[in-house]
Design a protein. Structure first.
Length: 505
């Protein structure tokens, strides 16, 4: 299905943060754009704001001055809905309220041509519900941009039960023509990104609640080891706890209280206190003038690691072996089950069991568990935890080895799955369930998480890199440790492991 021709009139309703950004994107792509807002003067004000953004692009050399004028000339603020009658595509970005949006679409049906596409930028309402009761529900589709719309590449093209596949295909192609990276999603709570991203926040919040480490350490691990741009605490401080908590509650409620999506009491308390993050000067961190960000915890060893023994293949951790060698450590390889021996210490990648439990069950002395890193050859930090009976000197030898390989070492309490590993396993689990339930394809879900929330790797591709069997083992062990359905593994992961296929089949 072809994209809308660039001479097709686009109408954007709601001239707030999102509407203005969407209008800018459409005008930059060549469309004549009308902007309407029921707040008098808001549409004209938004057009002035867009011009300011364009002027900045000219200053940065990203846009020619002549282009700025052409784009500006395409933007037209209007005072009435009736003025939108000639639109071929209407995108609404008004208040997030089902009844108000339904009433608007119903009015637009009477004003616009029969083939006009009615798109909603809603991030949480059902496209199926929005279309219900309309004359032409097949023309209603979600076109979910991310904030700020001119900068964020992702657009979720959301189909409700009645959406005509040709309409969804046209919006997909149009988003592409506008320079975006669209993905198809079925209208289910949170669509793709706001659903699959929940564990990113939830696991850090839980680790904090259970005393694994402090915020600064957990954030540093997600960044320096996991490769995420921000950790969950600094990110939710930026988003605003009111907004982030509301999204979690809405997804949790929409899934009838499924524990996978359970909101956190830790975050609720911040909301209750009015500590909403950067915008109020206080969230997990304080933002007052002169207040310094707390530093992540770090273990130091004065010991010198000269040699270690690698037993068997370390799987996803294998690049660490080369890194150890390049750091001047004499590495001896022998058969075994994926362990590193240094001095008295035994190091292993976490499998989702507590270090103390695994040490006892597998008969491993002085066990030190390592967390997942996005890339063990370039990570700058790693989390470790250790068994209750691991001696201080064995732990020190493990720290010395990792330190010599150039890694900062952050110790966390003995909780199952460490930090990055359990978060990524849960992200992959949610992504797998979304594939299983037909919310989106595996490729689209991975793309959505990279383009919509800047993850360094799609969760499903990441699980494949860790190994489906290991990811599943981590989830099974987490579920066993907590005894909660929150950690139940997706059937898709289990099926994939059983038949030896990939998640992208
Ligand atoms: P906003 O509050 O900045 O802007 C909404 C605008 O709509 C206001 O200017 C308001 O006067 C206008 N408006 C409200 N009711 C109207 C009506 N009946 N007719 C015409 N204009 C009306 O809100 P924002 O953040 O731009 O969000 C708009 C929509 O986009 C919501 O559905 C929201 O869920 C969705 N969204 C928001 C994102 C965000 O990060 N802010 C991200 C993606 C989607």
């Amino acid at each position: 299905m072809a994209a809308l021709a660039s001479n097709v009139q686009v109408a954007v309703i709601g001239a707030g943060a999102m509407g203005a950004g969407i209008a800018q994107v459409a005008a930059q792509a060549g469309h004549p754009v009308k902007l309407y807002d029921n707040r008098p003067g808001a549409a004209a004000q938004a057009v002035t704001g867009i011009d300011r953004q364009l002027a900045r692009l000219v200053d940065k050399g990203k846009l020619l001055a002549a282009e700025r004028e052409t784009i500006n000339a395409r933007l037209c603020p209007v005072d009435t809905l009736e003025a939108l009658a000639d639109a071929g595509l209407v995108i609404e970005a008004i208040v997030e309220n089902l009844q108000v949006k339904q009433a608007l679409f119903s009015q637009l049906e009477t004003l616009c041509a029969a083939d006009c596409i009615l798109a909603s930028n809603t991030s949480s309402l059902s496209i199926t519900s929005l279309a219900a009761g309309l004359e032409r529900p097949q023309h209603v589709v979600g076109m979910h941009f991310f904030n700020p719309a001119p900068l964020m590449a992702l657009v979720e093209v959301v189909s409700g039960l009645a959406t005509d596949p040709a309409v969804a295909a046209c919006i997909y192609a149009t988003a592409q023509a506008w320079g975006k990276q669209p993905v198809h999603a079925r209208s289910t709570p949170g669509f793709i990104v706001n659903r699959v991203a929940r564990p990113f926040y939830a696991e850090s919040l839980r680790l904090l609640q259970e005393g694994a480490a402090d915020c600064a350490s957990l954030d540093a691990l997600m960044r320096d080891s996991g490769g995420f741009r921000m950790g969950a605490f600094e990110l939710t401080d930026l988003i605003g706890h009111d907004v982030n908590y509301a999204v979690t509650c809405s997804v949790f409620d929409a899934f009838y209280g499924d524990f996978r999506f359970q909101p956190s009491l830790v975050q609720k308390e911040l909301v209750d206190a009015g500590h909403l993050g950067r915008k109020t000067g206080q969230g997990f961190y304080r933002y007052a003038e002169g207040v310094e960000r707390p530093q992540p915890a770090e273990l130091h060893s004065s010991a010198c690691a000269e040699a270690c023994v690698v037993e068997g293949n370390l799987g996803v951790m294998q690049p660490l072996v080369e890194r150890l060698r390049q750091s001047g450590i004499a590495v001896t390889q022998r058969a075994g089950s994926g362990l590193i021996q240094v001095g008295d210490a035994t190091l292993a990648l976490s499998d989702g069991r507590l270090a103390s439990q695994r040490a006892r069950e597998d008969g491993l002395r002085n066990l030190v568990l390592l967390d997942l890193a996005l890339d063990y050859s370039s990570a700058t930090r790693i989390a470790i935890s250790w068994s209750a009976d691991t001696s201080d000197s064995a732990r020190d030898q493990a720290v010395a080895l990792l330190q010599r390989a150039g890694l900062k070492v952050t110790g966390v309490a003995d909780l199952p799955g460490l930090v990055v590993l359990r978060t990524v396993a849960m992200l992959a689990n949610e992504a797998a369930d979304a594939v299983l339930q037909g919310v989106g394809s595996a490729a689209d879900i991975d793309l959505a998480m990279r383009a919509g929330v800047n993850y360094p790797c799609g969760p499903l591709a990441w699980a494949a890199n860790i190994g489906i069997a290991h990811t599943l083992r981590v989830l099974d062990n987490l579920q066993c440790s907590y005894g909660e359905s929150r950690y139940r593994p997706s059937l898709l992961l289990r099926r994939c492991e059983a038949k030896g296929g990939t998640l992208h089949d």
